[in-house]
Design a protein around this ligand. Sequence first.
Ligand SMILES: Cc1ncc(COP(=O)(O)O)c(C=O)c1O
Length: 492
Amino acid sequence: MERRGDRPAYRTSRARAGSSGGRRRAGRPGVPRGRRAAARGDRRIRPVRHGGRPRSRQQGRQQGRQQGRQRPRQRGRQRRRGCRGIAPHARAGGRPPEGSPVTTLSSSFRLADSVAERLLRLTAAERHKVGFPGWSAAFPQPLVPFLSHELNNYGDPESDPVFSWHTKDLERELVDDLAGLFGACPARPWGHVTNGGSEGILYGLWLARRKHPRAKVYHSRTAHPCVARNAGMLRMENVAVAADVRGEMSYTDLMRRLVADPNPAAIVVATIGTTLTEAVDDVRSIRAALSAAGKRYHLHADAAMSGIPLALHAEGRPVFGLHAQGADSLSISGHKFLGAPFPCGVVMTRTLPARHPGTSDLLCGASDSFASSRNGHAALILWYLLKERGISGLRELAQAGRATAEYAQRRLVSAGWPAWRAHRHARTVVFPAPPRAVLETWALPVVRGVSHIVCTPGVSRSRVDRFVAAVGAAIPEPIKDGQPWTTPSRAV
Ligand SMILES: Cc1ncc(COP(=O)(O)O)c(C=O)c1O
């Protein structure tokens, strides 16, 4: 969050003029003048409601007018300054054209200003984006016109709604392509676009509960917190299994817990790329533990983080894929490796799931998704990104990310900061949390003293160089003993 006294240099002059340190009269810090006046019972000045604090005198006057204050006299310079924000229809004294989002002088003025400022802030933040798995791929130009149209993939992906403004045909193609990548038998997979990885896991657990109503949900303690949260929402008991130092599930602990569980069935969520270290649970070992414990089961692969890049690196079917020796259901995030500009994801099942009773829907016959109205633009953009890049283009992205991560790990170690990766394909470089200044500038997550960078396709080597230079400059003294900080990587 932007702090006082830490305003970045890219703020526009108008935004600076409107900031609290500018021309506004000094008052009790932190208390808006309107509120104080209102508290005193001064009825002439009412609290600012809709726009929050006025950002400039002009906005303040406009807000005041909207709230019934009399228009004050304007001096020439101020009047001229105000004209810059007038929409053409307003200058001509007419009504805005129908459908125009701009209705008043100051709303157009404030809107343009705040949008421009936000864009500058966002663009500047990109320079330091290394801490999270999402990235901003260039938005495909052919899709821009679609942003002016509603696209609602209402209900079940298999049946089209009565209206035509949907992209369910593309959604089905997307699911087929992705399921193919995950080694599914072409005729059988089923799935739909979700709001993100978390919703995909929720859906996987929902299906699992239909098959095994009282089974517990097992996951590693390094699994994403949404697994436990989703289990709670579905009133399923969850069990956090121990993990090794890399973050991978302990199969001995899993086995021990399965054997102690009297229920003949179990549900396991395997994480294919943990959030902090990108560790990958071994689906083969999980299945072996489940069979040895004599359980019937449903296995969901949470592949939000690394499912696609690992499937692209795999020789043959990925171990965690949608096949008889893999997972029963699998979910990914669309805004991580694929680079969709908003949160979205896909959940898929190995076989057509039994429908939830009472799923008949007014608009499209059946509905077996959580949401009724679903994001048609998400399906469109994911479908497009997959088709445009193709498997070979995506594989290049995955390989480039892995190479950048290798490079970043090397550079950090030679700068005197220990770093490791959970496995040879990992795009995540893990290290002890660097000093606070680095964490703040580079917006890095920290969990129990451990931090990371994720080499998404958006992270270039020059960005890594700047990051490493910042770490080198901030650390008290380099650690040059040549010892790996913790365990070496494992083959995935
Ligand atoms: C391993 C893992 N699972 C699930 C999620 C949740 O995915 P989403 O943010 O798309 O809901 C994340 C998010 O970072 C994740 O890393």
